[in-house]
Write a protein that binds this ligand. Structure first.
Ligand SMILES: [Zn+2]
Length: 131
């Protein structure tokens, strides 16, 4: 799966998976957004709501700053909440693995922390943009 990297409005990078038709999938749960976009060209969230995990882009995925979690930790939390809410089902576990490359620990109900910076394999400070 390929990713496009976009910044949200507080300046955090989000890794958005895209399929072979360049259609965006949810960066939290990996559900297809059905042709909608989570983020527009490198900044503005779409305000769309993911049909899978119900995250609203630009709202639920940006509020991590308020409790001083970085976005990567916040996404980890959102993924766990989604799994807890629906039940750690096979398709959820498989979707996280296949789309986002995340292998959860079903036994202990834990979700690993994925750092977008690691996915980008570049130094975040090299990519700062004017706001
Ligand atoms: Zn989602």
């Amino acid at each position: 799966m390929d990713f496009v990297f976009m910044k949200n409005y507080v300046g955090d990078y989000i890794a958005i998976p895209i399929d072979e038709d360049q259609v965006q999938l949810c960066p939290v749960c990996g559900t297809s957004l059905g042709g909608c976009e989570a983020y527009y060209a490198d900044k503005d969230p779409s305000s769309e709501i993911c049909p899978g995990c119900n995250v609203q882009f630009g709202d639920d995925d940006s509020s991590g700053r308020s409790d001083s979690k970085y976005i990567d930790e916040y996404f980890q939390l959102l993924r766990k909440e989604w799994l807890d809410r629906i039940g750690w089902l096979d398709w959820q576990v498989g979707q996280l693995r296949d789309v986002l490359g995340i292998t959860v620990d079903r036994e202990n109900k834990s979700v690993p922390l994925i750092r977008v910076a690691d996915l980008m394999k570049t130094d975040r400070s090299d990519s700062s943009q004017t706001e």
